[in-house]
Design a protein around this ligand. Sequence first.
Ligand code: NAI
Length: 459
Amino acid sequence: MYDLAIIGGGPGGYVAAERAGAAGLSTVLFERRELGGVCLNEGCIPTKTLLYSAKVYNYAVTGDHYGVSTTGAAVNYPQIVDRKEKVVKKLVGGIKAAMKGYKVEVVKAEATIKSRGAEGITIEADGKEFTAKNLLICTGSEAAVPPFPGLKEAGDAIVTNREILSLREQPKELVVIGGGVIGMEFAAFYSTLGTKVTVVEMLPKILGPLDNEISTMLQGIYAKRGINFCLNCKVTGIEGNTVVYEDPEGKVCRVSGDKILVSVGRRANIKGFGLENIGVEMALNPAGRPYGIKVDEHMRTNIPGVYAAGDVTGFSMLAHTASREGEVAINNILGKKDVMRYNAIPGVVYTNPEVAGVGLTEEEAKKKGIDYKVIKLPMAYSGRFVAENEGGEGICKLIVGAKYHEVLGAHMLGNPCSEIIQSMCIAIEQEMTVEQIKEVVFPHPTVSEIIKETAFSLK
Ligand code: NAI
């Protein structure tokens, strides 16, 4: 009998396993593929490795902006893909070692929940039965691929985030269906390497929930670099290597590519592993369809001793959300009070320039009827940004309460905002005001000083 069984070894499951192991819980972790889940094997890490190669290439070809000429800068695509695989392998190895270190038993097999009784929860995997007092479900999500007419016939031309990572040949032309985070990161990567990219997006803007001003700026930057954006365009079908869509006037249009990336969202993995055998309740969308496992703020499901964390809950599908949710579940199993908060979850888009945001956007504050103020400055107010981003555009925007000036949201465009957004997560978590931020000493010269400059711009 284990104290805890975890199904799924992604950033929800493996981080929870580490915390559980460190706290002395006897833990068994089931993973059918590789440890690290989507994040490590087909998401965050491989895409950031590819995007870094694109950045290095971009440095080489724009070196003359900084007085450094390069000749013969060239992309070796198979080498870029090989390096990505090497990075993934190294990090997966790191998780394996961590599991050993924390005495977590890892079972590389598909797990099925069988029953729950006085003797605990029984799980079957690899032809054996395992019983545990508690169960944490972290089965993640997979790409949602709508049944576009002609999709099946298109065969290999259609790729999701998983297949596109293993291409051994750089596509000459790529069509991206869905200009969300996945779509934009791949569009940015391939267009930097010289692929002709078209993004077909149903909404009037890319990167849906992101601050409007910032997503418009980013779109402008990539449009100048050659990405063709078809906004307000709904895909209606696939004809071989061609995507058929309706433009805003209802005209039927076509665009072709040697590959077509479908990145229209992800779907929680809630089927096929026995949730129904113990009666785990689902969260339903307004149409009454299940979109994830229903959890409370302690990550508890409706079944005592059964918890869920990460994408399987069907919202905030981010690796860092999953890890924190896993920690909350473990703390509750250990009898410590811990609740999940979603008001300060950062989001980053690793384009070049990067986009980072946390908390409310202006649009959300307006919708919620909050009395707010917006303070914003171009990134060029930071000396370090000017030094390192020749001709670079960027913005820092803070959303603050109109009366007390507490930070409600922070949104940035410009490198390396992925690394400095975290200070604003702390500010929101700790309910800091602009006046308090003004008193903090920021290292000089750093791009992070833009936050302090922006704070001082509050009138
Ligand atoms: P998404 O929800 O971010 O974007 C999907 C886009 O597809 C939306 O803009 C939607 O309007 C559009 N769309 C849907 N149907 C369409 C159609 N028929 N024709 C044209 N456009 C259509 O989903 P995405 O990009 O697949 O990402 C999935 C999840 O993975 C997200 O929850 C995201 O947060 C997470 N993720 C996070 C990353 C990061 O933090 N850097 C990187 C990659 C993924």
